[in-house]
Design a protein around this ligand. Structure first.
Ligand code: MF3
Ligand code: CO
Ligand code: CO
Length: 283
């Protein structure tokens, strides 16, 4: 999501304050996160060359409704689908369509469900058939960068530390971090304060780049970490549909997303795969 959206979207925290949730609220996020993760576990068996992204979205919508939950994206700012499916050089917010997957495609599937009022927001990369080594490496490094960001989450650390950990993994591997989209607070609200940027290197400011704010983490904060990492330059281009963001240089892009909550000594990942299918290959 964009900064602009985050700023318009956060009614309970319009003053920019970050909500501190009560210990009992973790149970709500656990249930929502688990359902979102199970949905991605389910869809892994259906991703294959020849399948359309609209067919995958149909399965996701049915799964969510069959489990008594709501899709947070259907009706969200006019969006009409239960998932975003972003193939190859699409960075995020790809709209499911009749277009079919080809052998070697890499794709992100992003779902957000509402269970008892709580939001579970998660995405993973999937392979259609056999992607090239370079594409697989981008996916591996993107997952590694998200997990490094999560490992930095603890009381007293800052969101800049989280971004720095992500950026370090991505750039050391020769990839770039998308700066136009970020993670977000969530809970009873889909997109809340704070913005969770996926960069934080202190070196950036010497080359004129925006420095991530050093927002201090406290127990009870809930947010997503969802780095978008490009094989080429970080620059984006928006398609005329108003949703789809692609890499300006048409390079491949990958993303993973977890919803997490800050605990007394670290964090809890609400959207871990119950089936152990956190990253491909999903055997
Ligand atoms: N799930 C996305 C996120 O991670 C938001 C998708 S909004 C939609 O924030 F309308 F594009 F679905
Ligand atoms: Co999100
Ligand atoms: Co998402």
């Amino acid at each position: 999501m964009t900064y602009a959206i985050a700023e318009r979207e956060a009614p309970p925290a319009r003053d920019g304050r970050i909500r501190i949730h009560a210990p009992e609220d973790f149970a709500g996020m656990r249930a929502a996160g688990r359902l979102a993760a199970s949905c991605l576990d389910m869809i892994a068996d259906h991703v294959a060359p020849g399948v359309s992204t609209a067919a995958l979205d149909d399965l996701i919508r049915e799964f969510v409704l069959d489990h008594g939950a709501l899709s947070a994206t259907i009706g969200y700012r006019g969006y009409r689908h239960a998932s975003c499916i972003s193939v190859n050089h699409v960075i995020c917010h790809g709209i499911p369509s009749d277009k079919t997957l080809k052998n070697g495609d890499i794709l992100n599937i992003d779902v957000t469900v509402i269970v008892d009022g709580w939001h579970g927001d998660t995405s993973r990369m999937f392979f259609a058939g056999d992607p090239k080594v370079k594409a697989r490496r981008l996916v591996e490094k993107t997952y590694e960068s998200m997990m490094a960001g999560i490992a930095a989450v603890k009381p007293g650390a800052t969101l800049r530390d989280v971004g720095a950990a992500i950026q370090h993994i991505a750039e050391s591997a020769g990839f770039s971090v998308v700066r136009d989209f970020c993670g977000h607070g969530l809970g009873r609200v889909f997109h809340d304060a704070p913005n969770v940027v996926h960069y934080g290197s202190y070196r950036d400011r010497f080359v004129g780049l925006q420095q991530a704010p050093a927002i201090e983490l406290k127990p009870g904060m809930f947010f997503t970490i969802e780095p978008m990492i490009n094989d080429g330059k970080p620059d984006i281009r928006m398609l005329r549909d108003g949703w789809t963001a692609v890499t300006r240089d048409k390079s491949l892009s990958a993303q993973f997303e977890h919803s997490v909550g800050v605990t007394e000594d670290g964090c809890e990942i609400f959207t871990r795969s119950p089936a152990g299918r956190n990253a491909p290959p999903y055997v």
